[in-house]
Design a protein around this ligand. Sequence first.
Ligand code: ADP
Length: 418
Amino acid sequence: MSTQPLTPPSPTIDAPRLARLVEISRVLNSATNVDELLHYIIKQAASLTDSEAASILLLDPHTRELHFRAASNSPHNTLTDIPIPLDNSIAGSILQQNRPMLIADVTQDPRWNPDVSQAINFQTKSILGVPMHDADRQAMGVLEALNKQHGRFTRQDAETLTILADIAGVAIARAQLAEALQRAYRELNELDQIKTDFIAVASHELRTPLSVIMGYVSFLREEADPALADQLDTVMDAAVHLRNLIQDMLNLRYVDAGESTLDLQPWDLGQVVRELTAVPDETAVSRRQTITTHLPAAPTPVLIDHDVMHTAFTNLLDNAIKFTPAGGQIDLRLEQRGQEAWFSVCDTGIGIPADKLEWIFKRFCQVEPALRRRYEGLGLGLSIAKDLVELHNGRIWAESTLEQGSTFTVALPLYSEV
Ligand code: ADP
């Protein structure tokens, strides 16, 4: 057999090759597309070792077979379908023995598989192959240079290819990881969309029967025996609660429709704030909470979709009422700060732990675990408010001291007619 074991690399690489390896390493470190990376590696492998072609075989972790992932003599990847077993193949031996190998004449090597050459109509004569490893030094594939163009493969070729394979292995593993992350991210987005579509359909379907229930309850409340009034009031309260939950779900439609559907008009933001307390909130009244509004003397001009901003502000006020105990104080404050209007809702409620102040703005995120909740809600209100404020190029954030209260602030750009 013509296999010639090569001794471990010693520093025989000349300065120009080293300089090229450094440059290649720089390119590999910044690449993220696996296919582009593989083709760049084989091009460099062939050129650095003065070979006719080069190829990369990667190990399939499930079947434990090698597959060609890139070959400079097979631009259309016809080779990928031919699995190369680890036993009785040249590439398999390189991987299993975990060392470089030089096959000066493949026709003399019983492990040589002529199918591959035939498949791409390429006459392989000699092979210099080295194992590739990932960042954890796990064998992940083989890098081969084929047919030295002038003379025979040298020790310098073997060392150069070994270094290239080392840098390439880590870069490939990293790019594969980046691609897997992107795939997972796309799948998550798809799942998120399915969830959002489901919520939209479910809330729409729930609304119709609920209106029928509410209609009949108020009819019965007026017509039926007064002795039933208490029970009917309880039914109505439950129905109103259900309607609020459905409204939260329906509000998602604003977010998903995006900026394009906003009906932007100049408004005095003070007016939107005043409307929040125009009708006393029943829960706040029954809990004897005081809601105080502080508005600037002059109008606060902003360019907003009135209904959308009203929804966002209502979500903040509803939360303040919900998470503040009886007798608590809620302050609605509007002021101008530089080129912005700042609207804040400040309560004396239960507060929010510091590590949850950003997290609560994500969909379905609630400080209390879902199954041990004392407070009603779906965990949608703040995420909707955030999306809606951001559609208006604004910002929203929360500050809080546990057991003492929370302040939610919305900053919107002031509008000036030019
Ligand atoms: P929901 O109120 O339906 O649970 P939100 O998205 O409006 O959903 O709020 C998410 C979570 O943020 C709430 O469950 C609560 O844990 C916390 N939170 C929001 N507003 C307040 C507030 N004013 N005081 C204390 N916690 C709050």
